[in-house]
Write a new protein. Sequence first.
Length: 20
Amino acid sequence: RGEEMGKDYNEAIESLKKLL
């Protein structure tokens, strides 16, 4: 399923935004 991976990907993007 890609739902879990999509959520993980979203969380990773949010973390990167905080770092930037």
